[in-house]
Design a protein around this ligand. Structure first.
Ligand code: AMP
Length: 647
């Protein structure tokens, strides 16, 4: 047994934090404009100029440093140990030789060991998160290479030096020998190797550049990852979508904030990076005190900042994402339209409505509504098939009759009434193109679902009792699904309340999971109506993948690769969505026997995604009476259909 973040005790699956609702980055943290650093980034970035200013002021005030002779050409104090103001003022100091001079090799070692050892990148060696971090590393490395090593010829630092009037001054020996080629040397390295003096230009501090670039790069990669993993701070970068909408950078992170709470935030690689950053900051201070002019240190800082801004900030506002934002626009009067269409279809006998009796049971302190429809036993069955003449299965969503159609929902869905309604105004969001119910949902499915929920919220009070929409999705053989054409079902909450009476304590379970513990595992994230479709899709993938991992653990299977975002779902599950939450409940069986306390089977109960609303429908009176008599029987079923959560 393990303890969840809320302190509740749950089943043996370590991350099966049933009933917890980690907030998505998109809903809670304050956002900074994407072209500016976040408050934390500003604080961290301010450390660099602060160190440089401190070092420069120190060098001006320290009597020892002021007294030591300085060579403006080499931008350093005289190197003789007898006169150098400090061990660190000598270029031959061991940290300079083995650390700074090989700085980018250490940086590469730090990032590679972090990518290799931090669990946030997932079990797959080439996970998308790992690849994205590695490609940012490659870009920063390219900037380091262009500035200090080679830029289609001389590196940028040396080009800058020559553009500002610097050149390789001839050494006495070359002058005597009549060799003037040294003066044309275009790199400091070649000049010095040929015995010349690299003099007269603006010499951007390569040390400041390297140390700032390396530290900031490692901070961006290790820092954000550790923050998200540990859930330490609710700060998130934001990025601009092509249509101008602002979204959280957490979209890319297929990880729930705080997923690694209580675990090691850094890993071995993170510790290596922290060590290298610490050493870099110390060497930055030494550079600030003993080397270069303040202006050269400033240009070193600015050159590093240009590369960092290009790699870490520019993509936040010119995000070339394919994600499309909120294109789906249901009619503003959707609730009234559904009501009218339902009333007309019912009057025209286009649909079957099954009135129900209802009661509220309390299962493990959760108010659960139980319905029973005497007429449902007479629900028409499809034409019995003749095995000799196999016919194509009927697809109710291929060409629905006009009387059931609520509205088109461009570009890829439409809304149709459920032909067999137990809850009045039950309608269905189906894909225009034939897609499989058993596949992982796509961004546009979730976007269209949220658009319907939003339309109900926007039209609150019209009709008068409009109280929002409950959406659910049944996926897989144990989920209660029957139709293979992809569809998400929608129930007006006011209609689910029909017949309950004001004294009933029932409300949509999915929205109570923070406070109430379900007897089966659920994985939830908080959402808002303003969430972008990309953020919503990322939240769905996260809760779906957490459910997959929990199912693997429940089945005793070894943890495999992350469940793919496309194609056949790895598990059977129900998903529920409301204005404030998205929940996934992994399923192990569609139903279970209703068993008396004496162990006698009194019938069975099958459940679909309405389970996550806290509702169930029995088939006959015997079952109805049995559960009313013994609500514990319902609890036993609820524990059997999903991954049980111990109280
Ligand atoms: P599921 O059982 O989760 O696959 O959901 C299928 C839904 O489609 C059920 O709620 C059915 O009542 C409903 N349904 C079945 N046949 C039709 C039809 N011809 N037109 C509209 N809805 C239908």
């Amino acid at each position: 047994m393990v303890t969840t973040r809320r302190g509740a005790t749950t089943s043996p699956v370590p991350e099966m934090s049933s009933n917890t609702s980690p907030k998505t980055a998109s809903s809670s943290p304050p956002r900074t404009p994407p072209f500016l650093p976040t408050p934390l980034e500003t604080l961290v970035a301010a450390a660099f100029p602060a160190i440089l200013i401190f070092g420069t002021v120190f060098s001006l005030l320290s009597p020892q440093t002021r007294a030591a002779p300085y060579d403006p050409i080499s931008q350093s104090h005289y190197q003789d140990p007898a006169v150098a103001p400090s061990y660190f003022a000598r270029k031959s100091n061991v940290f300079n030789v083995f650390f700074v001079k090989r700085g980018w090799a250490w940086t590469t070692l730090a990032i590679l060991s972090f990518l290799a050892t931090h669990p946030a990148f997932g079990p797959a060696a080439l996970s998308p998160r790992r690849l994205r971090a590695a490609s940012r590393g490659a870009l920063v490395t390219a900037w380091w290479f262009l500035v200090t090593q080679w830029c289609f010829g001389a590196p940028i630092i040396d080009r800058g030096f020559r553009w500002t009037g610097g050149k390789c001054e001839l050494a006495q020996r070359e002058v005597e020998m009549g060799d003037t080629s040294v003066g044309e040397m275009v790199t400091a390295v070649a000049c010095k190797a040929a015995g010349g003096r690299w003099n007269g230009g603006h010499d951007i501090s390569g040390h400041v550049f390297l140390l700032v670039l390396s530290t900031s790069f490692l901070l961006q990669e290790v820092g954000w990852e550790a923050i998200r993993w540990s859930g330490w701070r609710k700060e998130e970068r934001s990025i601009i979508m092509p249509d101008g909408a602002l979204k959280s950078a957490g979209v890319e992170a297929e990880m729930t904030p705080g997923e690694g709470a209580g675990k090691d935030a850094l890993s071995l690689g993170g510790r290596v990076a922290v060590g290298i950053m610490g050493l870099s900051l110390w060497m930055l201070l030494m550079t600030a005190i003993y080397f270069h002019t303040w202006f050269e240190k400033l240009t070193g800082l600015l050159t590093a900042t240009i590369g960092l801004y290009a790699v870490y900030y520019v993509p936040r506002f010119i995000h070339t994402s394919h994600h499309i934002m909120n294109r789906v626009k249901p009619p503003a009067n959707l609730p009234a339209l559904v009501k009218q269409t339902f009333a007309k279809a019912r009057a025209d006998n286009e649909l079957h409505y099954f009135p129900t009796q209802v009661t509220t049971l309390t299962a493990d302190s959760i108010p659960f509504q139980l319905r029973f429809s005497p007429a449902l036993a007479n629900k028409p069955k499809g034409p019995s098939s003749d095995p000799a003449k196999p016919s194509k299965p009927f697809d109710p969503f291929a060409n629905p009759p006009a009387g059931l159609l609520v509205t088109d929902l461009a570009p890829s869905h439409f809304l149709v009434l459920n032909k067999f309604a137990v809850v009045p105004e039950h309608f269905i969001l189906a894909t225009k193109e034939y897609k499989l119910q058993t596949h992982v949902l796509e961004e546009d499915d979730l976007e269209a679902t949220l658009a319907c929920i939003k339309a109900y919220e926007d039209a609150r009070g019209d009709p008068e009792d409009n109280d929002g929409l409950y959406a659910f999705f049944n996926c897989g053989e144990h989920s209660g699904a029957s139709q293979p054409h992809r569809h998400i079902q929608l129930l007006p909450v006011a209609r689910m309340r029909d017949g309950l009476g004001p004294e009933s304590s029932w409300s949509v379970l999915a929205e109570r999971l923070d406070a109430q513990k379900a007897p089966f595992a659920t994985f939830a994230e908080t959402i808002s109506l303003e969430i972008s479709s990309a953020d919503l899709y990322a939240a769905y993938l996260r809760v779906y993948r957490r459910a997959c991992r929990a199912m693997s653990a429940h089945m005793g299977a070894a943890e495999t690769d992350e469940a793919p975002a496309k194609g056949e779902s790895r598990i059977s599950y129900n998903m529920a969505m409301t204005r404030s939450t998205i929940v996934v409940c992994p399923r192990v069986t569609e139903g279970a026997n209703i068993v008396s306390t004496e162990g006698v089977a009194l019938g069975s109960l099958a459940l679909n995604g309405t389970l996550l609303a806290g509702t169930a429908l029995v088939k006959n009176e015997l079952e109805w009476e049995a559960l009313k008599r013994d609500p514990e029987g319902l609890l036993r079923v609820l524990k059997a259909i999903g991954i049980p959560v111990q109280a």
